[in-house]
Design a protein around this ligand. Structure first.
Ligand SMILES: Cc1ncc(COP(=O)(O)O)c(C=O)c1O
Length: 436
């Protein structure tokens, strides 16, 4: 059921019918990656440079010395339904400061922008500690940061920008949850609500900033800085696996399942994982059935999900994106292992399973749980294993489900997710939808 078996038409039919799908990238080349390694080293250097300033500006980062990181959580067997193999959750749903994976990108870009602007204006001399910028609110107050968002990128950029004293405008798509809007407004961020989708919100933000000489636009459709910020997460993961005594190598591969909207966050992390683990790491994107922008672009060359008759309507607001970032095909054509999709009902079921384990997820955060099921039980997944992990025993594969957001979801909104999950029939849809 994928390009390797030459059955792209059947896959297209499946996607059009709103069923879950797994696509193995026929151009994928697992390899050591010197270019990615060089970029990752730069990302790590930049985060290290920013850390003292982050610790100064955000009291919750003081204890970690300005490090924004998350836990790696082993999944008790059966806790998230019938998942095959050794599964760990990378807990970015609980990341400090911004409460989602977007902390790794949005905060990085705003702070890198601040350092650059301060250096260019002569406010920060070369070699001078960046902590000085914690007291430069007058300088930043004359400047605006703008961004388009489905919610979480706006939150991370807004929180970062206001913490330094910037003015900030966030253009929100119609999918944005009201509590995200309110939280930003309380911080003094100007929120412009659009009745259109994410792509339109980004275009509006870009246009508005083009007319502002003191404006800086965080461009989720082409930002190298966002991508670089996310990539550093792979080095953190490597340290955590090491600490748990989990070896990764040619006979012990690592599979990452990364929720995907426009592709920046999952692309950056998959790119970083290649830098760290080389050919032993396989990065998969996971998308809502109706917002499968990466699948449409990468598998079918379709610039928008609407071309395949998909609605781009999903409860997973963080992934309600119709068009993939152009950065992703450019960077990931040979680096992305594959893409799979999942229905909203299963994401809600995993939100409820998470709550039972004491974890607060939003629906977008849980898409990754679909990954191991697709890879280990579908015909296309088994073909992928035969091609890229020949001879590897299933128990030697480490699966990382990247959970991406939820910490700030208010009680009422979280309860509403649980109520929606409670009226769903008990079994998960995905295992039945997958054709073995
Ligand atoms: C919770 C959550 N997960 C995943 C994503 C996907 O990230 P990206 O749009 O960079 O692909 C987002 C994006 O906002 C998100 O908010």
């Amino acid at each position: 059921m994928n390009a390797m078996s030459g059955d792209l038409d059947a896959l297209r039919d499946r996607v059009r019918a709103g069923r879950s799908a797994f696509w193995a990238n026929p151009d994928y080349l697992p390899a050591e990656d010197a270019e990615a390694r060089q970029d990752l080293d730069q990302a790590l250097k930049d985060w290290t440079m920013l850390a003292p300033l982050l610790a100064r500006v955000f009291p919750e980062l003081e204890a970690s010395g300005g490090r924004i990181g998350s836990e790696l959580i082993p999944v008790p067997e059966g806790a998230f339904g019938p998942l095959p193999g050794r599964i760990l959750i990378k807990g970015d749903h609980a990341l400090p400061v911004a409460g989602s994976i977007k902390a790794r990108g949005g905060i990085f870009e705003v702070f890198m922008c601040a350092v650059h602007q301060a250096r260019t204006a002569g406010l920060l001399a070369p070699g001078e500690p960046v902590t000085r910028l914690a007291e430069a609110r007058d300088f930043f107050a004359r400047r605006t940061i703008a961004v388009g968002s489905t919610g979480n990128l706006g939150l991370s950029v807004g929180i970062a920008a206001r913490a330094l004293g910037y003015r900030c405008t966030v253009h929100m798509s119609h999918d944005a949850k009201p509590w995200k809007v309110e939280r930003l407004r309380r911080l003094g961020v100007e929120v412009v609500l659009h009745t259109a989708d994410y792509t339109a919100a980004v275009a509006a933000a870009r246009d508005a900033t083009a007319h502002d000489p003191e404006g800086y636009f965080v461009d989720d459709e082409s930002s190298e800085l966002l991508f670089r910020g996310y990539s550093a997460a792979a080095a953190e993961l490597a340290d955590q696996l090491d600490a748990l005594g989990i070896a990764i190598g040619p006979d012990k591969p690592l599979c990452l399942y990364l929720p995907c909207g426009i592709g920046g966050a999952p692309g950056g992390i998959a790119y970083g994982a290649r830098a760290v683990f080389g050919a032993a790491a396989h990065g998969f994107f996971v998308e809502p059935q109706q917002s499968a922008s990466a699948l449409c672009q990468m598998a079918f060359d379709a610039p928008s999900v609407h071309e395949l008759g998909l609605s781009n309507r999903t409860e997973a607001d963080g992934m309600a994106v119709a068009t993939l970032s152009p950065l992703v095909p450019a960077r990931m054509r040979q680096r992305l292992a594959g893409v799979c999709t999942v229905g909203d009902a299963d994401m809600l079921r995993w939100v409820a399973k998470g709550a039972a384990q004491g974890q607060r997820f939003e629906p977008s955060a849980t898409a990754g749980f679909a990954g191991p099921l697709h890879l280990m039980t579908s015909a296309a997944g088994k073909a992928f294993q035969a091609r890229h992990m020949p001879g590897v025993a299933p128990e030697d594969i480490t699966h990382i489900v990247w959970a991406t957001g939820g910490r700030f979801v208010p009680d009422a909104a979280h309860t509403a997710f649980l109520d929606s999950a409670a009226i769903l029939p008990e079994p998960f849809d995905l295992p039945q939808e997958i054709t073995p």
